[in-house]
Design a binder for this molecule. Structure first.
Ligand SMILES: Nc1ncnc2c1ncn2[C@@H]1O[C@H](COP(=O)(O)OP(=O)(O)OP(=O)(O)O)[C@@H](O)[C@H]1O
Ligand SMILES: [Mg+2]
Length: 740
């Protein structure tokens, strides 16, 4: 977090003097367009073209180098060949220029074997070694829409050919690593009636990155919505922090994350590794920070149009009003299918509508005033009455905008109702809207949709913003612990008691895999309750352990080479007497030795059989850049087949686990009304606690508790299997060895 309270970024967005290094009079070249666009937008500050080959450029005095510029410069726009950029940045440093925005390409984005990598190294060194903060290289520009300051070469900014007139300042900022897309979102957004505050493209991010700009915009009074287009981030955890802060301020971050595959796809040993991919992880990370994730450009525009037009208000209860019954019913179906509600409106309001609507109209919701409505003022009255309903959060007008006789009045009416009632109004047109209607609605800031799914996405984004996000995990104070509902359950109580204590250090395996007995020993040291068990070294040892534990018992060979014991045939369940234990021991031990190799079998775990229950998976995976995640879902040997899992950023709270569980098919058996009515409290507390321990054990790469047997409400859980992949190179390990 920079100590300059935003001064660094503010200087990039609104410099009062700009040097253009590599300036040119040729408006058809990239470097020539910098000066051209800056002046076309009427830049009010000083401009200093720098180019040793010219005395003047376009009538402005030109300087041979940055060192020759006579006055102080806020920002250097750099468009010289990549090999010279580092030098120019150093010269900027000597002049104490606070910022350099590098347009030049040919750095780390260039293919291997070119000079790109060396140029990037040089630029990074120059940026680190001096006072000048660097944005880019390979960036397209920054457009401060509020003050109409155009830095960069984007053709989208050209008044003559594209913009036509000065765009109305608005509350949507865009930060994009891709220049083309950043300005593309701006261009399409304008056509959609969206108003912007800042368009920022960040290129290769050798120094300043998207989160630096994001931090500024989250604190910027002009901005309510920030769109972030990212391919990757150096510091993804910062995105989570900023998401939480934005949510606190009532602002929304909308993210497009592209390039979700490849590098993060780890070799998966565990079930958890198989059912989670990097795409899931990004989504989980964003969700945990209250950030809206969008899938494609249409989705982005649909969501942003609503969030920006209505910076507050919204919810999932929708009133639908229109003159086409069919379009209203269709909208109802799509909204319902997307989890929105379309409740009946109050009887008094319905009565009042009946008093002036045709007898065949329907005032219930969807409200259909029909084509038989007599006059325009009656439509307005319907809308006002729907606006009065206390059962609704949002109004969707289903309209035909192909021919709107007085579009400005209509749009103003919609806007007014939204402002008076605090209920955002969205318009869906089931005909092709007339140009005048598009312009009038944009002017009044009432978004028009041509897709019902788009309306559903917009309503759900408004609803999510209104609800806010679940409080992030934190340590529970002792007093809260005593009051919490978890304190009722003996199991949850014991698991939460040492919540503040650091987790026990992880054992060190020979390779990377920890077998079940080692995982369980670690979990026991962390304070978890586990089924009684003993790692036996001989048949006699196994029998005496079984006698002490009490029958029935399970026998399971323990070897890091045999992560899946049932598949390897080294497991026996429900053994009820000494003779069975002795026989099973020998068979399992021999099979394990021949499958894993002599010296690779740590012993045979003799374990108390847990009571039958429902088998769940609790897993952890740690992405090298995104951090730890918790996966919960249907467990047992068919986990991959069922693919009924949810992934959350770790640590997760019990409430977050509960919310994720309710979205799963297997969540139904946790419902208190179901015949099985499982112990939701115990399971959620267990999963949350595991996620907490894992988050604080950086050496843990993967953990797979499959299954955790969940019993009926009040009867807790049993962790009956465990598998972990650890990285001995990472901290958090003790000195124990298990596989010898
Ligand atoms: N102590 C126990 N009490 C009750 N059932 C058990 C116990 N241990 C194992 N089981 C049952 O046996 C099955 C297989 O055991 P376990 O999960 O330990 O072996 P695995 O084959 O290594 O599992 P995975 O398929 O996860 O690799 C479990 O899914 C569970 O149904
Ligand atoms: Mg298992």
């Amino acid at each position: 977090v920079p100590a300059d309270r935003g001064d660094t970024i503010r200087n990039f967005l609104s410099p009062s003097s700009v040097a253009i290094v590599g300036a040119s009079a040729d408006e058809t070249t990239l470097s020539g367009r910098l000066l051209y666009l800056l002046r076309q937008h009427g830049f009010a500050g000083k401009i200093y073209p720098v180019n040793p080959r010219h005395q003047t450029i376009s009538g402005i005095q030109c300087y041979p180098s940055i060192a020759d510029v006579p006055e102080a410069v806020d920002l250097a726009l750099i468009a010289v060949p990549s090999a010279s950029v580092a030098d120019v940045v150093r010269q900027c440093g000597e002049r104490n220029i606070p910022g350099a925005y590098v347009i030049s390409a040919g750095f780390n984005e260039a293919p291997e074997g070119t000079t790109g990598a060396a140029a990037a190294q040089g630029l990074i060194a120059a940026a680190r070694g001096g006072p000048t903060r660097v944005s880019g290289p390979n960036a397209e520009g920054i457009y401060n829409v509020i003050d109409d300051i155009a830095l960069g070469f984007s053709p989208v900014l050209d008044y003559d050919h594209v913009l036509k007139s000065r765009p109305r300042p608005g509350n949507v900022a865009v930060i994009a690593q891709s220049g083309g897309l950043g300005f593309g979102i701006f261009n399409l957004g304008l056509a959609r009636g969206i108003d912007f505050s800042h368009i920022i493209t960040t290129g290769n991010e050798v120094d300043l990155d998207a989160t630096d700009y994001l931090e500024f915009l989250v604190n910027d009074d002009d901005t309510d919505v920030v769109v972030l287009f990212i391919e990757g981030l150096e510091r993804p955890s910062r995105l989570r922090e900023l998401g939480l802060r934005a949510a606190e301020c009532g602002k929304t971050i909308v993210v497009v994350k592209v390039g979700r595959s490849a590098e993060a796809q780890r070799a998966a040993v565990s079930h958890t590794g198989h059912v989670t991919g990097p795409g899931h992880l990004w989504s989980a990370l964003l969700r945990s920070a209250g950030i809206v994730e969008v899938t494609d450009m249409a989705d982005l525009l649909d969501v942003v149009a609503a969030l920006s037009a209505w910076p507050s208000g919204g919810g999932s209860r929708v009133g639908i009003v229109g003159g086409s019954g069919g379009a209203g019913v269709w909208m109802t179906d799509v909204l319902r299918a997307n989890g929105m509600e379309v409740p009946e409106i109050e009887e008094e309001l319905q009565q009042e509508m009946r008093s002036f609507l045709p007898y065949y109209a329907s005032p219930v919701n969807p409200v259909d005033f029909t084509a038989g409505i007599r006059q325009r003022s009656d439509m307005d009255r319907v809308l006002s009455l729907v606006g009065k309903s206390e059962r609704l959060d949002v109004i969707v007008v289903v309209a035909s905008l192909m021919h709107a006789p007085t579009p400005a009045e209509t749009a103003a009416l919609y806007r007014g109702i939204g402002e008076q009632t605090g209920k955002p109004v969205l318009t869906y047109s089931y005909t092709s809207p007339a140009q005048e209607a598009i312009a009038a609605f944009a002017a009044a800031r009432v978004p028009i949709y041509l897709s019902q799914t788009g309306v559903a996405r917009a309503v759900s984004a408004l609803a999510d913003r209104a609800v806010g996000i679940a409080a992030p995990p934190r340590e529970l104070a002792d007093s809260e612990l005593a009051d919490s509902e978890l304190a009722d359950s003996e199991l949850a109580d014991s698991e939460l008691a040492d919540r503040a204590a650091p987790p026990a250090s992880l054992p060190v395996p020979d390779g990377e895999t920890l077998h079940e007995a080692a995982v369980k020993e670690w979990l026991a040291r962390c304070g978890f309750r586990l089924p009684a068990g003993h790692l036996a070294a001989s048949a006699a040892d196994a029998v005496s352990a079984a006698e002490a534990i009490g029958y029935p018992v399970a026998l399971k060979a323990q070897s890091a080479r045999l992560p899946h014991k049932a598949a390897a045939g080294v497991l026996a369940l429900n053994l009820t007497c000494a003779a069975q234990v002795r026989g099973a021991y020998q068979a399992i031990h021999d099979r394990a030795v021949s499958a894993a190799g002599a010296g690779q079998v740590a012993g045979v775990l003799v374990e108390k059989m847990a009571d039958p229950g429902f088998e769940m998976l609790v897993g952890i995976s740690r992405d090298p850049s995104l951090g730890p995640f918790l996966t919960i879902g249907a467990g047992g040997t068919d986990t991959e087949l069922l693919a009924d899992v949810a992934t959350l950023a770790a640590p997760a709270t019990a409430d977050q686990v509960r919310a994720a569980l309710s979205g799963l098919r297997c969540g139904k058996v946790f419902d208190p009304r179901s015949s099985r009515a499982l112990d939701t409290t115990a399971f959620c507390a267990l999963a949350a606690r595991i996620s907490d321990i894992a988050a604080r054990s950086p050496g843990l790469k993967e953990l797979d508790l499959n299954p955790v047997i969940v019993h009926r409400a009040g009867h807790g859980t049993d962790i009956v299997d465990g598998l972990a992949v650890v990285s001995p190179a990472l901290p958090g390990h003790g000195g124990r060895r298990y596989t010898d």
